[in-house]
Design a protein around this ligand. Sequence first.
Ligand code: G4P
Length: 319
Amino acid sequence: MKNKCVKSHLNFGVILVGDKDIDNVAANSSIHWFPGHMRVSQRLLKENLSRVDLIVELIDARAPRSSRNPFFKDITSGNKARVVVMSKGDLADRRFSEAWIKHIENTERVRALTVDCKNAKSVKNVIDVLKEVLSNFPKKRSLGRLMRAMIVGIPNVGKSTLINSLAKKSKARVENRPGVTRTAQWIHLDNGLDLLDTPGTLPSRFESPEVGLNLAYTGAIKDAVYDLEYVAMNLIEFLSANHSKQVKARFGVDFSEFARPIEKLEAFGRLRGMLLRGGEVDLNRAALSLLDEYRSGKLGRITLEIPRESKKLLGDHNL
Ligand code: G4P
């Protein structure tokens, strides 16, 4: 179905939605964005739940609150063991990651850790933690059956990268098991663990505009579904308010000298020579470029949110 462009009432710029959802966008006070395939994916997760002993929930270390789909908490709150793995730990502020680990472990009574999915040593650490958690299941082990884990997470959080690294580390076999969904795949790790890969799903609506923005900054929502310039203007505001030193070090400019977000983005575009014919700044190119610099870590380790009880860690930040 062809998408239509509608103005949301939510200061989140233009949101592209399927025809059916247009009325909902206008009527609701939260961002309504839930492609049909995500509904199917959620059903698949539920169907496969009874087949696994352990849920590995992957979240983004730069936005540990925004990158959690509340649906995962709901489906995993039963008698399944759960481990929360914060991916992209190499792009997040270490102090804040430690605070998040403490917060999650204390409030949810589960193991939590960070990982750089592309780093072999860091991935080995995940295997060690999974082994440790699994060692608390002596009964099933003694019955001689392999332990089964399911990896869940929002899109782009690093599931494929982590699974590929885990598979390499343990010379895993990958198979499509009959009777199980075509989009979920079993991977046999050599430490007696079967891992089920699942498709990424986002929540049906975002709790607040900030959640939507954080997901856009980190690349969890495709660029095509929101107003790039609006998101980039919010990002440059956030960066100049909270990370002026890193911004100055990277660009040699203090964007807070410019009052309006659009002036900040224009200054960034001019700095990068992104000009249109008449000398105006190509805001779209500038927006893409800024988002790319943030996502790839060129601005340094920047975490977007921290646990409420850790405000004292903030110093001059105001997240
Ligand atoms: P998904 O299956 O959950 O959808 O995510 P996927 O593994 O495809 O990862 C999405 C992007 O995030 C990829 O970048 C991947 O390389 C990157 N990534 C995943 N985990 C980490 C991590 O721990 N640290 C860092 N720095 N990056 C991570 P991409 O640009 O889409 O592709 P490419 O760079 O691999 O070509």
